[in-house]
Design a protein around this ligand. Structure first.
Ligand SMILES: CC(C)(COP(=O)(O)OP(=O)(O)OC[C@H]1O[C@@H](n2cnc3c(N)ncnc32)[C@H](O)[C@@H]1OP(=O)(O)O)[C@@H](O)C(=O)NCCC(=O)NCCS
Length: 187
């Protein structure tokens, strides 16, 4: 009899440890916080943007700006101007409120097309932030009635080209041998 109790207690301990027996409500895990939040860029964000840029590797800067850039360029530090059909969306770490990614687009060709750019902090890549920003910038431009979205991408930027392909962007020849254009019909 004693042996049975001992064995039973041992079996229950094993089941609890292996997660096969449910824990009581007080011990349930807290709900998971999303890894990032998306919102529009605000005027007060400039210091956060500079800190974001400082944590982007030279390689990622080169892929974004297609040149060696040491300072946050004016095009990315300015507020988006609604009159120019611009939008700037940032991905924010919900715990620290640090900016960890940014997408921008601005309308060209009399509001027919919008050009987009994406940048995710180097240590935060491959966590779905680029996809979140891309989806958001596509939705925004579709809602505004633009016909297409396009971007210039280095031919060597295989990550961006793969993601563009997953969204259905078509690849076209670029201005020179090192770049290509990707475009998505929004209609
Ligand atoms: C391109 C970039 C925005 C992707 O951001 P990210 O947050 O890493 O992207 P995600 O984690 O959402 O990944 C989305 C998809 O992109 C593709 N991808 C992204 N990085 C990749 C890599 N290094 N290698 C292969 N595929 C990659 C994958 O298909 C991935 O989907 P999967 O993880 O299900 O396979 C980011 O790498 C970046 O900021 N690069 C530097 C700037 C740049 O190149 N901008 C684009 C020109 S404007």
């Amino acid at each position: 009899m004693m042996l049975f109790h001992q064995r039973h207690r041992f079996a229950v301990t094993l089941l609890l440890l292996s997660g096969l027996l449910p824990l009581g409500p007080a011990e349930a895990a807290p709900p998971k916080q999303p890894a990032f939040k998306l919102r529009l860029l605000k005027k007060a964000d400039l210091p956060k943007l500079q800190s974001f840029f400082a944590q982007v590797s030279a390689r990622d800067r080169y892929q974004r700006y297609m040149g060696h850039v040491n300072k946050l360029p004016g095009c990315d530090s300015s507020m988006a101007s609604k009159s120019k059909g611009e939008v700037a969306i940032v991905a924010v770490d919900p715990k620290t409120s640090a900016i960890i990614g940014m997408a921008r687009s601005y309308a060209v060709d009399r509001n027919q097309r919008a050009e987009f750019s994406l940048l995710v902090r180097s240590d935060q890549q491959r966590r779905g932030i680029g996809r979140g920003l891309m989806t958001s910038i596509i939705d925004h431009n579709r809602q505004k009635g633009l016909k297409s979205l396009w971007g210039m991408v280095l031919r060597s930027n295989l990550g961006m080209l793969k993601m563009a392909g997953q969204y259905g962007f078509k690849r076209e020849a670029g201005e020179d041998f090192s770049t290509c254009n990707v475009s998505l019909d929004l209609r």
